[in-house]
Design a binder for this molecule. Structure first.
Ligand code: GRG
Length: 301
């Protein structure tokens, strides 16, 4: 066991993240007409676990970084803005056609498809600007700032999340094997989660050993996160999930359909154990990351 009071930790972290997201959403009126800005705000400040920026800020501190909170979280939410755009677009009628997200009507159900689509796209350059402007405020030199932009855009793009979504679309209606499923999720879900850890490490000027350990931790918790997601989709209520469970209904290949419930739970635990082992092996003392790895597989939404 570790000494972190996880509930208190998550509360404090989420409060910082929400404030930083409010600051980011306040930039919308500069770049968008009001109805589209309202759609963007809806996608950005409509709740969520805020796991990605929390992992980023936690990795920053685990790497010895020190920074005033507003600056650190302005930097960390760059990744949440990408996540927010991906959820807005994933819910659109041309994708999942979802009515509910986080227990509330989806962005396009409230603001219309055009405004939601446009606001989602606008979040991408907003995220790029955040990582650079906040990186400058963190005192990053030009080459470190470029590296952060490279990590964020690489994880978000065709070699990361968008590529994973592409594999997902290609796989619709087909049974995927274990390897194909993991390849898909390493990109679709895992890339952003891993980037969250790496961005924190790089911004803190982590030694190569620490950066690599955090990347490895990120890779394993990214997979554990997705396996837990599949378990939740099969076991949690719509109220807990904040949306209707959809995997069985869409006849999707999931870790549960491939390995059964107990098998999937075991796999998830194996991934979090490997994540924590990567920290131990590199002598990274980060009890909050250990607690977060556990949270990722025990959460109820
Ligand atoms: C339009 C083809 C096209 C591509 C755009 C939509 C898209 C890119 C990518 C979709 C990627 C996607 C939706 C991944 C989902 C990952 C996932 C498990 C999301 C849920 O994350 P949580 O649980 O959500 O962290 P909260 O609500 O806590 O923020």
């Amino acid at each position: 066991m570790n000494s972190v009071d996880l509930a208190a930790y998550l509360d404090a972290e989420r409060a910082e993240v929400e404030r930083a997201l409010e600051r980011a959403a306040d930039e919308f009126p500069d770049v968008l007409p009001p109805d589209q800005a309202a759609a963007g705000r809806h996608g950005v400040v409509s709740g969520g676990k805020r796991l990605r920026p929390i992992l980023c800020a936690t990795a920053f501190r685990a790497s010895g970084g020190e920074a005033p909170s507003p600056t650190l979280y302005d930097f960390a939410v760059s990744i949440e803005l990408i996540h927010a755009y991906s959820l807005i677009h994933d819910d659109l009628p041309s994708m999942d056609d979802a009515d509910l997200r986080r227990g509330e009507p989806t962005t396009h159900r409230v603001h219309g498809v055009d405004a939601a689509t446009l606001a989602g796209v606008a979040l991408i350059p907003l995220a790029a600007r955040r990582v650079l402007v906040a990186g400058e405020e963190l005192g990053l030199d030009a080459s470190t700032a470029r590296e952060c932009a490279r990590i964020l855009s690489g994880a978000a793009g065709a070699g990361g999340m968008v590529g994973g979504q592409g594999l997902d679309l290609l796989g619709e209606g087909r049974a995927l094997g274990a390897e194909a499923l993991t390849e898909l999720h390493r990109h679709k879900t895992g890339a952003l989660l891993m980037a969250a850890l790496e961005l924190g490490a790089v911004a803190a000027g982590a030694a190569d050993r620490v950066r690599e350990a955090l990347r490895t931790y990120g890779r394993h918790v990214g997979l554990a996160f997705q396996i837990a997601d599949d378990v939740l989709d099969a076991t949690a209520t719509a109220e807990e999930l904040g949306k209707e469970p959809s995997d069985a209904h869409l006849d999707k290949s999931t870790y549960v359909s491939l390995h059964g419930l107990e098998g999937a739970r075991r796999l998830a635990r194996g991934e979090t154990a490997a994540a924590v082992a990567a920290l131990d092996n590199a002598m990274v003392d980060a009890p909050a990351l250990v607690a977060l790895a556990d949270y990722i597989v025990t959460r109820r939404n």
